[in-house]
Design a protein around this ligand. Structure first.
Ligand code: SAM
Length: 239
């Protein structure tokens, strides 16, 4: 952890560093060999104020696919301090960051993360899951939706899928890349995915080199059990 500043509301903000490196196991000769980021976090117990264990894993998935990210139109939902969105933007994607419209402090976090990483012109919008708002209606075409640890309250699961399904209806080839922290064996999304004509592939962490400690130089995700999922619209869906 490094640096420290007071934000307007006398919050204590600290910056944590993350470093994504060229992967020895893939040995690819891609453009960027190393990406160093600083993500400001607010020392408060609110959900969207710091990096959750799911985020470095989703960011690693993005980093693993970094060559394909260039020029992609990406929307991050429930972004919080937006580590995955920042990595996507650094890899050349056109990123829009979003969090709940009623949580301006989270939108401020998105802006702060962009500023820390010299990202200018990244739109930050209020997008509340399940709400068909003007901001949702006026989204440009999207290729990838990112969501790190957005499935953490079962009461919100359907609202998230409503938003995702709405975007997919307009952009049928959209992929929703999401990391999920297993908190209870009783939680399941299967019925909701079926209801919203969505299909889900689980991507083993090993496939994108996220099955190790010290991911991006961070002690996250630690002992938490994280799953990486890619959710798409079922082919021929007409809901
Ligand atoms: C567990 S945190 C994850 C934050 C960040 N994605 C990460 O992994 O570090 C959940 C995020 O969802 C946001 N959120 C909660 N309810 C929401 C809603 N109804 N609509 C949109 N975002 C919401 C919170 O503000 C928070 O940023």
């Amino acid at each position: 952890m490094s640096g420290g500043e007071r934000s307007g509301k006398e919050q204590r903000v600290v910056c944590r560093e993350y470093c994504y490196r060229e992967d020895e196991r893939t040995g690819g000769a891609e453009q960027s060999q190393e990406l160093r980021l600083r993500i400001p976090e607010v020392l408060e117990s609110e959900y969207g104020m710091y990096v959750w264990p799911c985020a470095p894993v989703l960011a690693q998935y993005i980093w693993f696919h970094r060559v394909a990210m260039a020029g992609k139109n990406v929307l991050e939902v429930g972004a919080g301090v937006s580590l995955p969105g920042v990595v996507a933007a650094k890899c050349g994607a056109n990123v829009i960051l979003s969090d709940a419209a009623a949580l301006p402090q989270c939108l401020e976090n998105c802006l702060r993360s962009c500023a820390q990483n010299n990202l200018t012109g990244v739109p930050v919008i209020g997008l509340t899951w399940g709400e068909i708002s003007p901001d949702l209606l006026t989204l440009p075409p999207i290729d990838i939706i990112l969501g790190s640890d957005v499935f953490y309250e079962p009461k919100d699961f359907e609202d998230i899928l409503v938003t995702v399904h709405f975007i997919m209806e307009r952009n049928p080839s959209v992929e929703f890349w999401t990391t999920y922290q297993v908190r209870s064996a009783n939680w399941s999304m299967e019925a909701l995915l079926h209801k919203w004509d969505l299909t889900c592939s689980n991507i083993p962490l090993k496939m994108f080199n996220a099955d190790r400690e010290g991911l991006a130089g961070s002690n996250l995700p630690g002992r938490h059990s994280i799953q990486m999922m890619v959710i798409t619209l079922k082919r021929g869906s007409s809901k």
